[in-house]
Design a protein around this ligand. Structure first.
Ligand code: SAH
Length: 351
C-alpha cells in the first residue's frame, strides 16, 4: 500500500532538497491510519483499551468524578482525540453512565481524521449520537472533558542533532529508501549537548496542547493524556512498528506506525503558559492502582472460569507492571485553573 505517499514525498524532496522529519511523519501516518484497522491483535500494535476493559472503565470513573467536581454541568463535551477502534469511549461510557445525569449531559465528539477508523468507531459506538472532527478547531464551546490515549505519540516530531553545533535531522532519498541528512541551524535548543546528542520537539503537539489548554481556561473542563513518554532527558525516541515488531522507520512510509515518546515536561510547560493547571505525569501503573484497578479486576473475574479469570488478571498485570506498560506509559491531566484536585493525582506527587 501507499506507493502514492512515497511518490509524493520524493517529489517534495526533489523540489526542496530535503524535508523535515515532521513533514515525513505527518504524511506517512496520515496514509498509514487511512489504511484501516491497524490496532489490535490482528493489526500492527495493541493499546491499553484493547488489552483490558478495566482500563476504559477506570477512565470512565475518572470522567464521571471529574464531571461532578466541575459542578455536574447539564451539558458538556466529552471529547476523545484519536479514538482508534472506539473501544476506550465505549468502556468509558458504560462505566460513567452509572453516575446519574452523566449520560444525558455528555455530548460525544471524536477527533479523528481517518475515514476508515471513523467507520470502525461508528460500529463500536452504536446507539449514541456522535460528531466527528478533523481537529480541535471545530469543537463547540462549553465545558469539556478531553481524553487521549496514544494520540500525542502519533503526532509529528522534529529531531535536532548536535555535532559541533545544532543541526536539523532532515530526510533525503537514499536509493529506494530514505536517510537522515544534517542541516545546520541557528535555532537555540533548550538542552545542553555533546556530539551525537539528539533533541526532539513537536510543533504539532504544542499546537494541540495550546488549543486544548486555552479551551479549558475559557470554557472549563479537564483533559486526561496517556502516552508513552518521559518527564526528563531526551534522545532519539522515533520508532516504527508493524505486525507487533519494530521495523525500519524511514522505509515504506504509510505501511508502519510511526511514533515518538511524548515529552511531558514540554506538554506541562505549554499548558501552564496557556494558564491551565497541570497534574502529573504519573506512571500509568500508579494511576490505575490509585483508581482501584486491582479491585475492579477481582470483581470482573468473580464467578468466571479459571481461564477467563487468568486472562483478566493477565491483562491488568500488563497495564500496571513496571516491566510491561506500567512505567513507560505516563498519565497527565490538565484542567481549568480553579480545579484544585483530580481523582488519581495527589498534590504531593513529584512535579
Ligand atoms: N486511542 C486509541 C488509538 C491510538 S492510535 C487506542 O488507544 O487504541 C492513534 C489514533 O490517533 C488513531 O485513531 C489515528 O487515526 C489518530 N490520529 C493520528 N494522528 C491524528 C491527527 N493528526 N488528527 C486526528 N487523529 C489522528
Amino acid at each position: 500500500m501507499s506507493p502514492s505517499v512515497e511518490a509524493a514525498l520524493r517529489a517534495r524532496i526533489d523540489a526542496e532538497g530535503s524535508i523535515g522529519l515532521d513533514v515525513f511523519m505527518e504524511a506517512a501516518n496520515t496514509a498509514y491510519y487511512a489504511t484501516g484497522d491497524v490496532i489490535g491483535a490482528s493489526g500492527d500494535f495493541i493499546t491499553a483499551p484493547e488489552i483490558s476493559q478495566c482500563f476504559g472503565e477506570l477512565v470512565g470513573l475518572w470522567a464521571a468524578v471529574t464531571w461532578q467536581s466541575l459542578g455536574a454541568p447539564a451539558s458538556f463535551n466529552l471529547v476523545e482525540l484519536g479514538p482508534g477502534r472506539g473501544t476506550l469511549m465505549a468502556d468509558v461510557l458504560r462505566a460513567a453512565v452509572l453516575m446519574p445525569g452523566f449520560g444525558a449531559a455528555a455530548q460525544v465528539h471524536l477527533v479523528e481524521r481517518s475515514s476508515s477508523l471513523r467507520h470502525r468507531q461508528r460500529r463500536t459506538l452504536t446507539g449514541r449520537e456522535i460528531r466527528w472532527h478533523d481537529s480541535l478547531a471545530s469543537l463547540p464551546a462549553g465545558p469539556t472533558l478531553f481524553l487521549a490515549n496514544e494520540f500525542l505519540d502519533a503526532l509529528p516530531i522534529r529531531q535536532w542533532e548536535f555535532t559541533d553545533r545544532w543541526n536539523e535531522r532532515r530526510i533525503a532519498p537514499d536509493g529506494d529508501a530514505f536517510r537522515f541528512v544534517l542541516a545546520p541551524t541557528d535555532r537555540r535548543m533548550p538542552a545542553s549537548a555533546t556530539a551525537g546528542s539528539i533533541y526532539e520537539d513537536s510543533p504539532a503537539i504544542d499546537a494541540v496542547i495550546n488549543e486544548l489548554a486555552a479551551r479549558l481556561v475559557r470554557d472549563g473542563g479537564a483533559a486526561l493524556l496517556i502516552d508513552y513518554g518521559y518527564a526528563q532527558g531526551h534522545g532519539d525516541t522515533l520508532q516504527a512498528v508493524r505486525r507487533h515488531a519494530p521495523v525500519e522507520a524511514l522505509a515504506a512510509p504509510g505501511t508502519r506506525d510511526l511514533t515518538a515518546h511524548v515529552n511531558f515536561a514540554a506538554v506541562a510547560a505549554t499548558a501552564r503558559a496557556a494558564g491551565a493547571g497541570v497534574f502529573g505525569p504519573l506512571e500509568q501503573g500508579t494511576w490505575l492502582r490509585r483508581l482501584g484497578i486491582d479491585l475492579r479486576a477481582e470483581k470482573l473475574a468473580q464467578g468466571k472460569s479459571a481461564q477467563v479469570r487468568e486472562s483478566i488478571l493477565a491483562g491488568v498485570q500488563r497495564l500496571t507492571d513496571a516491566r510491561a506498560m506500567g512505567s513507560l506509559f505516563k498519565v497527565m491531566a490538565l484542567a481549568q485553573p480553579s480545579l484544585g484536585a483530580l481523582e488519581g493525582f495527589d498534590p504531593k506527587d513529584p512535579a
